[in-house]
Design a protein around this ligand. Structure first.
Ligand SMILES: Cc1cc2nc3c(=O)[nH]c(=O)nc-3n(C[C@H](O)[C@H](O)[C@H](O)COP(=O)(O)O)c2cc1C
Length: 198
């Protein structure tokens, strides 16, 4: 059982993430996902697609052909960073990822990806490839219109869910009277939480 003050913070994290899933304008709707590229950190912005505090995971979607997937296949550790300037709350997550590809979860999720977003997975080039000249990496026939189901059918092969299983949340709230910082460590059913010097 968490102490009341930690329970309040836990509830706040849950609410912020729930709101981020509902509103594309929410500051936590996008976040920085860091992976390890050999020995170098590599970061990029991604969109939050699912979150469960009880089950300790959140999801983003990506293209199987992108460098981040190759990096994660070699080293599945991640760090993720969220910040809201309205709330003055930073959340830092650490954990390991699982890549879902062509399973029942990706199938269900793919059916709910909008046709316009499906175009992101239809590119003739691997994301992050060097190009001889500019190309939007969207097939010509759908550059200015949504693809039909038939057009986007084969791009499902490129669609992956990056499931980020976290074991740690570092919470920091900025306050004039003194910043508030604590760390939650998730160990199966157990939650350990302690104050941390801000
Ligand atoms: C606002 C925003 C949202 C983005 N969302 C995603 C996303 O959800 N998934 C993704 O793979 N890339 C997303 N990108 C593109 C990535 O930041 C990155 O450029 C791309 O995935 C290639 O990354 P990589 O070379 O590290 O694999 C987004 C970029 C921006 C600016």
């Amino acid at each position: 059982m968490l102490k009341r003050e930690f329970q309040e913070i836990y509830g706040k994290i849950k609410l912020l993430m729930k709101n981020a899933l509902k509103s594309s304008a929410h500051p936590y709707r996008t976040f920085s996902l860091a992976t390890i590229d050999e020995k170098t950190p590599s970061m990029r912005t991604v969109v939050l697609r699912d979150f469960s505090l009880e089950e300790h995971y959140f999801d983003c979607h990506s293209d199987l052909r992108s460098p981040k997937i190759k990096q994660l296949e070699k080293n599945n550790e991640f760090s993720a960073l969220f910040y809201s300037s309205e709330e003055k709350i930073q959340l830092r997550f650490k954990g390991t990822v699982e890549i879902f590809h062509k399973n029942s979860i990706t199938k269900q999720r793919w059916d709910n990806v909008t046709p316009s977003s499906k175009r992101c997975y239809m590119g003739p080039y691997n994301p992050s490839d060097i190009l001889e000249e500019y190309h939007p990496n969207i097939p010509d026939n759908v550059q200015f219109k949504d693809p039909t189901d038939q057009d986007s059918l084969s791009s499902y092969d490129n669609f992956v869910i990056i499931r980020c299983h976290f074991y740690e949340i570092d919470f920091l709230k900025l306050k004039y009277s003194g910043h508030q910082r604590c760390k939650f460590i998730f160990d199966k059913e157990k939650i350990n939480v302690s104050w941390v010097a801000p």
